[in-house]
Design a protein around this ligand. Structure first.
Ligand code: IMP
Ligand code: MG
Length: 178
């Protein structure tokens, strides 16, 4: 695994300290709101596990899965592959995502959840690649902005691999250009 990584972008220590800060910020905003935190599978799973343990207040955890018909490292049309049954009308929703890239995935998920009349919908994305945005979408909480390079680890994959890398690394371009 390690030999496929060009450089370490974020160490485990940097990730942990930023997740703590996000947890504190989200706690200030949501502690009395009994929110539903919706993780987008599968990329969110490590970030979500770390972040929710920084939230010392009641909340409900749900999961959505989406897939996008795209080639290689780009995303195309998004579709829902796993929904959750819990009603969200009148509830405060915080969506957790691994990375905000073109914005198409989160745009789709926000629209989908808004149709169910929640009290509010906000986004927390661990990483943000603003240079790649195709859709105008704002995340209320961002862990780190990253350059336009393909990154893996801490839940993020390439071709279903590298999610278990404990830090964020830039994948060697020859891995996905072959
Ligand atoms: P978007 O719909 O283009 O914003 O892409 C969001 C999804 O694409 C994320 O949930 C990731 O699964 C994937 N993605 C985008 N950029 C990267 C990356 O650099 N590494 C791994 N996955 C990525
Ligand atoms: Mg992915």
């Amino acid at each position: 695994m390690e030999q496929d990584i060009a450089t370490t972008l974020l160490t485990q220590e940097q990730i942990q300290s930023r997740v703590r800060e996000l947890g504190a910020q989200i706690t200030r905003d949501y502690r009395d709101k009994d929110p539903i935190i919706v993780g987008i599978l599968r990329g969110c799973f490590i970030f979500m596990a770390d972040l929710v343990r920084e939230l010392p207040f009641p909340c409900t955890l749900e999961f959505l899965a989406v897939s996008s018909y795209g080639q290689g490292t780009t995303s195309g049309e998004v579709c829902l592959t796993r929904d959750f049954p819990m009603p969200i009308e009148g509830r405060h929703i915080l969506i957790l995502e691994d990375i905000l890239d073109s914005g198409r995935t989160l745009d789709y998920v926000v629209r989908l959840l808004r149709q169910r009349n929640p009290a509010s919908v906000e986004i927390c994305a661990f990483l943000d690649k603003p240079e790649r945005r195709k859709v105008d979408i704002q995340a209320r909480y961002i862990g780190y902005q990253v350059p336009d390079a393909f990154v893996v680890g801490y839940g993020l994959d390439y071709a279903d691999k590298y999610r278990n890398l404990p830090y964020i690394g830039i994948l060697k371009p020859e891995i996905y250009n072959t």
